[in-house]
Design a protein around this ligand. Structure first.
Ligand code: C5P
Length: 321
């Protein structure tokens, strides 16, 4: 009888549910080159994973289904589609197709990463879904195979698997790790408005056209790399830059005012994250952090102000049952 069977005869362990935690990213630098024939911009960026997380739970089920809920009471989940438009859904479908398994999973996304904020929350959920379904279905892909699927899903998805601090090239999907300062402290201000990534890239192209500036060949500024190696927070703060920042400020001038406010309150660096509208402030020590946080909160312009540290690891399994 089953009760007498030794445990090693039970066959492979089939989990019922797998939970993966995945961080948000910011870009310490974002250098945007020319528009490519495929509609993407050639870029070089320094990705940095910070301690704001989403969780994705994958449970065995029939077919794909998806629900989205807030991870904390004040996390916001409005505007997040709960169907095949969600990149996490597409991630599950892609993995199943590539591995020749049935796409049977019930996905629950527990969100805390700001939505449409330029922190790659949707990409993070897709990366987490790949890791969770790979474990749930026992497909056992190698890291580089997961990376290839991630790149097919979106430019920011491979980094969400990877985490840490890393240079992204191509359209952002080629990742190489950077040995960099650890324990950086950030204050993150989330504006009420969302910005569309394609629109901001387009606004950047338009600004360049108006100003008769050629799109440069993208690069990482050597000052930033030196500062990251030296662990000199003030130098890192000075070296942060983002080619999309003027475009985001043009579309949403409040962004410029918030950046000023945070610097005046003692941040050693500030910039727009990705295509915005989230702004991030590097702070040196708890006093500056508290001061910047308080100023941003009392400005009344932010939907949320959060503290985070970086770098942190990428998508990670935190529970299997
Ligand atoms: O790759 P992903 O789907 O996240 O990109 C969303 C949009 O952002 C693209 O369709 C494109 O308009 C813009 N984009 C770009 N250049 C990149 C990355 C994204 O123009 N390197």
């Amino acid at each position: 009888s089953a009760a007498e069977q030794p445990p090693w005869d039970e066959g492979p362990f089939q989990p019922e549910a797998v939970t993966v935690r995945v961080p948000a990213k910011i870009n310490l630098s974002l250098s945007v080159g020319p528009l490519r024939p495929d509609g993407y911009h050639e870029l070089v960026t320094v990705f940095h994973a910070v301690s704001l997380y989403d969780e994705v739970i994958a449970r065995s089920a029939r077919g794909i289904s998806l629900s989205v809920e807030p991870l904390r009471r004040d996390s916001d989940v409005e505007q997040v589609p709960a169907d095949e438009r969600n990149l996490a859904w597409q991630a599950a479908a892609l993995l199943a197709e590539q591995c020749g398994v049935e796409p049977n999973v019930r996905l629950t996304i527990r969100k805390d990463i700001p939505v449409a904020g330029g922190m790659a929350g949707g990409s993070a959920d897709a990366a987490a879904t790949l890791v969770a379904c790979d474990s749930l279905w026992g497909t056992g892909l190698r890291r580089d195979e997961l990376h290839d699927l991630a790149a097919q899903l979106g430019s920011d998805v491979p980094f969400a698997l990877h985490g840490g601090t890393a240079i992204g090239t191509g359209r952002g999907e080629h990742i190489s790790p950077v040995l960099a300062a650890t324990g950086l402290e950030w204050v993150i201000a989330v504006l009420d408005a969302g910005l569309s990534t394609p629109k901001i890239f387009e606004a950047c192209d338009n600004q360049r056209r108006r100003n008769k500036v050629e799109a440069p060949s993208p690069s990482v500024h050597p000052d930033l790399m030196a500062a990251l190696r030296s662990r000199d927070t003030a130098a890192i703060g000075r070296a942060l830059y983002n080619d999309l920042q003027p475009a985001s400020i043009e579309v949403l001038p409040e962004i410029g005012e918030l950046l000023e406010l945070g610097r005046a309150a003692g941040a050693c660096g500030s910039l727009v994250s990705g295509s915005g509208p989230t702004t991030v402030f590097l702070v040196d020590g708890p006093l500056a952090a508290a001061n910047v946080e308080a100023e941003l909160r009392t400005s009344g312009r932010c939907r949320a102000v959060r503290r985070a540290r970086g770098p942190v690891p990428g998508a990670n399994i935190v529970n299997v049952r």
